[in-house]
Design a protein around this ligand. Structure first.
Ligand code: PBE
Length: 266
């Protein structure tokens, strides 16, 4: 009468890449025979952080720049300092999975050419441009407030769901949106990525954050998560995003294929 294995939980933010990485993280544990439930699309960054701190999830995929600027508010910290700040909260992080997913601003190429815009600083001369930004970016420490100040921008952006932003861009309803640099839509729509010429954005290496008590509860999952470090480069992540966003496959199926496990029943 062995006790049934305890269910472990991984969470994800509400955008495609986050869900794919959540599934990949879950699969790493499932391959060890563990029971892992993926709590998908729980919300934005702060919701996931709180869920990790209070133990409703054991791990989720995060980005180093987001951790430093938005969550720990240690903008100048290096990786060992971030690790130490996490440790004091009972949390840990893996090494980089192998890619940077930075914010950027983007436009349709034709529109950018017509206005002669190549760099973010070029936007200051076009106050009439319509800017649509993902809701979280609008208020984040590393988002619009700081960007606006650094580049002296005067536009008044609207907030929108990131997955819908590309439609507004295509229809011409919006001129400029924030991009995530591994988005599949950037090559697909041949978008013009504006150069961050004043180096506003930090590095956003993808990592898994986890609760340190996993060392006792599921050490094999922890090693498996750490084993994902260096395994996903930016081109690979963009291809996985493409399989979901452009080819309309499910995140679970795409992640299962990458992980080399059987795809779940649809
Ligand atoms: N990012 C860009 C954001 C969303 C995409 C990775 C910096 C984040 O989730 O923190």
């Amino acid at each position: 009468n062995a006790t049934p294995p305890a269910t472990l939980h991984i969470g994800s933010k509400n955008f495609t890449e986050a869900v794919i990485l959540g599934e990949i993280g879950a699969n790493a544990g499932r391959r060890q025979g563990l029971v892992i439930e993926h709590r998908r699309q729980l919300g934005g960054t702060r919701i996931l952080w709180r869920a990790l701190e209070n133990g409703s999830i054991d791990a989720y995929a995060e980005y180093t720049g987001t951790l430093a600027q938005e969550l720990l508010q240690m903008p100048d910290a290096d990786i060992p300092q971030l690790r130490e700040a996490l440790r004091q909260r009972g949390l840990g992080m893996t090494d980089s999975l192998g890619f940077n997913n930075t914010y950027a601003l983007g436009m349709m190429q034709a529109r950018a050419r017509e206005l002669g815009i190549r760099r973010i600083s070029d936007l200051a001369a076009h106050p009439q441009l319509k800017i649509g930004l993902s809701n979280e970016f609008l208020s984040r420490a590393d988002g619009w407030p700081g960007l606006r100040e650094r580049y002296r921008l005067r536009q008044r952006p609207n907030g929108l769901d990131h997955d819908l932003a590309y439609r507004g861009l295509q229809s011409g309803a919006i001129d400029v949106i924030d991009l995530y640099s591994t988005d599949a839509e950037i090559p697909y729509y041949q978008l013009q990525v504006l150069q961050d010429d004043l180096q506003y954005f930090p590095d956003y290496q993808a990592v898994f954050l986890y609760r340190l008590d996993l060392q006792q509860r599921a050490p094999q999952w922890l090693s498996a998560l750490q084993g994902l470090a260096g395994r996903i480069d930016a081109a690979t992540m963009q291809r996985l995003n493409q399989q979901v966003k452009i080819d309309s496959r499910s995140e679970s199926e795409v992640a299962a294929q990458w992980s080399g496990v059987a795809a779940p029943a649809p």
